[in-house]
Design a protein around this ligand. Structure first.
Ligand code: CA
Length: 746
């Protein structure tokens, strides 16, 4: 039964407010989806449907109505932030002059391919409508690579403002402007004051935070305005923003410690003005990438960006002459003027130049930019003919090298913190390029849903309790079951811990022994530890021994969940000894499954001996779709002896260029008798396929299979130095595009 809204609001203190309110609207409070469905068709201009506070589980809200400019129709929460849309749920709206506000989507995911959709069918679109003060948080399909879009804006003249979108973990664009029919083009949408909160590394294409258009309709105009949004640690992939249509404006946005760039991937006549990119020297943070025609990039401030190649601070690409619509159009008549770049590493001109991308920029300019950087004194990379770019009035610090002489002047490096806390060059210089006040155009606090926290941090290894665990059978298991995120379990020096059941790691946990004799862990199960979704594991000063492991093929010490994991995990092994993983064949140290992704895996100050499988088998995404299993791997000051498989087999297949990793460092380590097992298909001691950054240094091999390099897409950086290989095959590589300094074979 429907209940008039005043019955809820009727408290003496609200009487006068209510009377005012009642005169201007007819609001109906609904308590469930049946009531909602019944009331929606009756809504008249000025009407309101109010969702009662509480959980709305497994609801597909279809809000189809026609209001007017003077009297929109509203769907709102009884109280903002107290209506939770959970389970298999979504919201679709169509019609004219609609407003949605105050909802929170969490603890579930959409059964369709969109969470909030500005259409109810292919033909029924929303126009002149608004979604505001609404949250989508961690509303993810449990299958990491099942794709969905959180917000899809169709129609025309819509506004998406003051919403918080955070923790998207599965594949798919966070917010997309769709242009698949005429009725969704030249749309004049406004996207403003939104908080785009943390998005973890996806490890594949499809992790864009904002996309406008698609390649198919990219020569059409969208005319969307994106302004005053705060992008906070959005690290999904290398396109934070993927502009794929004409006539869009990006103004006054802040990109805070976000991996990737604002990319003008397709479409012309884009304006990128007065945006602030604060990389703060975090890895892979980038700026602005120009592709296509009549693009204007001016008056932007970029600080502390470390991204290289396509992820540089300022990038102007080469294009494909007369290429198909989904390839790179050449840069024509575009401006990169009046920007300030501080302590950033890479400015790339004619980036991507290759046999296919052979068209150099023409009719374009790079004028009046200030570039002050000591972090890389050779910031410019020129990949091709830059005669089609005019250079004028640019200012660099004395130490920096310049690609051409004309158009650049040098000044001493001088940076100070201004009253707004930003690092700036001298006023006289910024006056010279008429930059104006250097101040964030919007703060984190100015954006997002008013009621929702923007202080999100992921669970980590710190912040928990320290719990001493007594030696014995399953004492460690019991301690794990009772642990809280961030706890440290301290085992007794020299004591023995037996697991007779699989130990599940459900949150970040450290297991360690204090300095001194290692504590020993054995297991009677095929897997010692399984990292479940949300888990992360650090092992320190332990002796892990396979002596009690079952006589089965395919055992492991650590495994990921065998199901898809939406949360990235990490694994750290420090000061450990690993022995006797040899009861049967294919005993791995780490075994991962498809659909899992590690932000970081490290093995430091550790000794591993007698392993019939591999140490790190990170080669499960073999479909060559650009998906991979790990972002960062560190093997440092460690010794590996008698390993039948590989010490690391890292595979990133495909030619897609949307991601950063894997990034691998091997240093100060020793490999003895590695990789000779007949089941080691790679025939290598360490095999790196498609690794984007590889540093191998200061290490020794003896009686081992060779190091195998397969350099694929992008411009992988592979540097090998100070290594000695004794009775070991020579480095095998599919390409000689790597640097090998001081490799000695004996
Ligand atoms: Ca992409």
């Amino acid at each position: 039964m429907l209940m008039r809204v005043w019955s809820v609001f009727y408290r003496p203190i609200f009487v006068s407010l209510f009377l005012l309110y009642a005169q201007h609207s007819s609001a109906t409070l609904v308590a469930n989806i049946k009531e909602f469905d019944k009331i929606v068709p009756t809504l008249k201009p000025g009407g309101e449907v109010v969702l009662a506070n509480g959980d709305w589980n497994n609801v597909e809200l279809v809000f189809k109505a026609n209001g007017s400019a003077a009297k929109p129709i509203t769907l709102r929460a009884e109280e903002p932030g107290k209506v939770f849309i959970t389970g298999q749920s979504n919201l679709r709206l169509s019609g004219e002059h609609l407003v949605v506000s105050g909802l929170v989507f969490k603890d579930g995911y959409t059964p369709t391919s969109e969470v909030i959709s500005f259409r109810t069918s292919k033909k029924d679109l929303a126009n002149h409508s608004r979604v505001t003060n609404t949250v989508i948080d961690d509303f993810n399909n449990p299958e990491r690579f099942n794709s969905d879009t959180w917000v899809a804006i169709y129609g025309k003249n819509n506004r998406f403002d003051r919403n918080s979108l955070l923790n998207k973990r599965n594949r798919g664009v966070t917010l997309a402007v769709k242009m698949n029919t005429e009725a969704s083009r030249e749309n004049e949408h406004i996207i403003e004051y939104n908080y785009f909160g943390p998005r973890q590394i996806l490890g594949s294409n499809g992790g864009e935070t904002l996309r406008i258009g698609t390649s198919h309709y990219s020569r059409k105009f969208s005319n969307t305005v994106v302004r005053k949004n705060f992008f906070d640690r959005v690290n999904g992939e290398h396109e934070i923003v993927s502009n794929k249509s004409c006539g869009n404006t990006y103004q006054d946005n802040v990109f805070f410690e976000s991996q990737g760039t604002l990319t003008m991937r397709h479409g012309h006549y884009t304006l990128v003005e007065n945006n602030y990119f604060l990389g703060n020297r975090k890895p892979n943070t980038g700026g602005i990438r120009i592709i296509n025609e009549n693009q204007t990039v001016k008056n932007n401030y970029l600080y502390g960006l470390t991204g290289h190649r396509f992820r540089g601070a300022l990038v102007i690409m080469n294009g494909v002459p007369n290429g198909p619509i989904n390839r790179y159009d050449p840069v024509v008549d575009s401006r990169m003027d009046g920007n300030i770049v501080i302590d950033s590493d890479y400015i790339q001109l004619c980036a991507g130049s290759d046999e296919e991308r052979s068209a150099t920029p023409i009719g374009s300019s790079m004028h009046d930019n200030i570039m002050m950087s000591k972090t890389n004194l050779n910031p410019f990379t020129v990949y091709d003919d830059i005669s089609g770019i005019s250079f004028q009035g640019n200012i660099l610090n004395d130490e920096a090298r310049v690609p051409i002489n004309a158009g650049f002047s040098k000044v001493p490096y001088a940076i100070t913190k201004n009253k707004h806390g930003l690092l700036v060059p001298s006023q006289s210089l910024t006056d010279k390029i008429a930059f104006g006040d250097i101040k964030l155009p919007v703060t984190r606090e100015d954006t997002g849903a008013s009621f929702y926290s923007k202080n999100h941090t992921e669970a980590s290894f710190t912040g928990g309790n320290t719990i001493v665990v007594n030696a014995g059978t399953n004492t460690l298991l019991d301690a794990l079951e009772q642990s809280q995120p961030g706890d440290t379990l301290v085992l007794k020096n020299g004591a023995k811990y037996l697991l007779t059941k699989n130990a599940f790691i459900r949150h970040p946990i450290t297991i360690k022994a204090k300095k001194g004799k290692k504590a020993k862990i054995l297991s009677e199960k095929a897997s010692f530890f399984t990292i479940e979704n949300g888990g992360a594991l650090a092992l320190d000063n332990l002796w892990i021994d396979g002596a009690e492991s079952p006589d089965l093929a395919g055992n492991n010490v650590v495994s990921t969940s065998r199901y898809s994991m939406t949360h990235n995990y990490s694994l750290a092994v420090r000061n450990c000894k690993v022995t006797g993983l040899d009861v049967n064949h294919s005993f791995d140290f780490l075994k991962v499954y498809m659909g899992t992704f590690a932000d970081s895996i490290e093995i430091v100050d550790t000794e591993m001996t007698n392993i019939t499988g591999s140490v790190l088998a990170l080669d499960k995404e073999t479909e060559d779709l650009g998906i991979y299993n790990v972002e960062n791997v560190l093997i440092k000051n460690s010794t590996f002896t008698d390993v039948k498989g590989t010490v690391a087999n890292i595979y990133r297949g495909g030619t897609d260029e949307s991601t950063f990793g894997p990034m691998v460092t091997v240093t100060g380590s020793e490999f003895v008798n590695i990789g000779h097992g007949k089941r080691n298909k790679s025939g290598a001691s360490l095999a790196f396929h498609g690794v984007q950054r590889l540093n191998v240094s200061d290490s020794r091999w003896a009686k081992s299979a060779p190091l195998d390099l397969h350099l694929t897409n992008g411009e992988p950086i592979t540097v090998i130095s100070d290594i000695l290989m004794k009775d070991t095959g020579k480095i095998r590589a599919n390409s000689n595009k790597y640097q090998a300094n001081d490799v000695i074979y004996k």
